[in-house]
Design a protein around this ligand. Structure first.
Ligand code: CP3
Length: 352
């Protein structure tokens, strides 16, 4: 948290201050995950996915695994965005092969069963993981905390599960914007409390995951994506001055510029559909960017992968840039392809 400024600072933190670094610092979304045999072994020891999230010793171990194996420039806290609704009192389960299941909160009656404030006691094991990882990381490695953005978390709270088109949350936001707004406001406050706790316990910066931002029409994008994210950025910085924040509004497209300027984030994560020329001219001139190789090209490997890496370097290598995928790495990504991608980025002399 007390990051020195200037040349001694961690490379990824320097990019978040607007510097261009070469080669670009890199990490991968979902870098601790099922594509790693050591992750699968630790997960089997923990039992369920949620018990892995709430076991500080094992969660620390899986957070560090991709750092040991690949020497990434950032570790990301091992947890899930759905621990926040859990700590608000909602029932959350992960069923094998099926993804998350929650008791839906889509009515005033159901919302009455949800806490007004997050119970950080329930997240004590996660915050203990933060302390353990912070103590174990190499000094040059940035430690990222995170939360889900209110809109994305609300899509799971309202539907009770992942959905193809986030229909239940979109529908509730139209039918009863006051009720939906109450859910969003509660998530804003919970996210501020949770991110501040992560920063105070040892993360260097935080990322706000808005996986389903892109599905909203313009006006709703302003109301349910930009406004709550700005409230989180302002609320966190009121308690942790200068806190560095990455926003990931997946699918935001031509709204990335507005998102970057209006929320006040230090960097935006790009999904693989982002327009390189637009981002370079309109977004990267204002904030740092992170991304955006298609996770599926990592499965293909070979020349397709090399070309994707080179395209990202050509598009974003001129300015402040953190190399990453455009979304999480998939369980079937071959480790040899991850190694090939890393080597190509590290060996690159930069864009032409
Ligand atoms: O990036 C990281 O390595 C940090 C850990 C992390 C996880 N989930 C671990 C996880 C982070 C940052 C998340 C965020 C998350 N979780 C998001 C936003 C980003 C994204 O990926 O879209 C969302 C929407 C969730 C909710 C969630 N968690 C779903 C829908 C699922 C099931 C789908 C799946 O891949 O299995 C999860 C489970 C989950 N979260 C796993 C991991 C490693 C897989 C669980 C397992 O080991 O089986």
């Amino acid at each position: 948290m007390s990051e020195p400024v200037g040349r001694t600072a961690k490379p990824l933190m320097r990019v978040l201050s607007g510097e261009r670094i070469w080669p670009p610092p890199m990490w991968l979304m979902r870098q601790a995950g099922r594509y790693l045999p050591e992750y699968r072994a630790t997960r089997d020891k923990a039992g369920s996915f949620l018990s892995l999230c709430y076991n500080a010793e094992l969660a620390t171990e899986v957070t560090l695994q991709p750092i040991r194996r690949f020497g990434f420039d950032a570790a990301i806290l091992f947890s899930d965005i759905l621990v926040v609704p859990h700590a608000l009192g909602q029932s959350v389960r992960f069923e094998a092969g099926e993804g998350p299941r929650l008791d839906p909160v889509a009515t005033a009656e159901a919302l009455a069963g949800i806490r007004e404030e997050i119970d950080l006691e329930l997240l004590a094991p996660v915050l203990e993981t933060v302390e353990r990882v912070a103590a174990a990381l190499p000094p040059q490695t940035t430690f990222l905390g995170f939360c889900g953005a209110p809109w994305t978390v609300a899509t799971y709270m309202v539907a009770g599960q992942g959905t193809e088109d986030q229909g239940p949350a979109r529908q509730l936001a139209y039918n009863d914007p006051a009720l939906f707004g109450t859910i969003i406001d509660r998530l804003v406050q919970a996210s501020i409390t949770y991110l501040v706790a992560q920063l105070k316990r040892g993360v260097d910066a935080v990322q706000v995951f808005d996986t389903w931002a892109g599905i909203l029409p313009d006006a709703e994008f302003d109301r349910w994506v930009i406004a709550p994210t700005k409230a989180i950025v302002d609320g966190v910085r009121a308690q942790v001055p200068g806190a560095r924040i990455i926003g990931f509004p997946r699918g935001a497209g031509a709204r990335l510029k507005r998102y970057a300027i209006e929320t006040g984030v230090d960097a935006v994560g790009l999904d693989w559909t982002a327009d390189g020329a637009y981002v370079r001219a309109e977004v990267q001139t204002k904030v740092a960017v992170q991304g955006n190789v298609d996770p599926l090209v990592l499965i293909a490997g070979g020349e397709a992968l090399d070309r994707a890496v080179d395209n990202a370097i050509a598009a974003f290598g001129h300015g402040p840039w953190i190399f990453n995928l455009g979304h999480g790495i998939t369980p079937n990504a071959p480790i040899a392809h991850v190694e090939r991608m890393i080597a190509r980025v590290r060996a690159s002399t930069g864009p032409a």
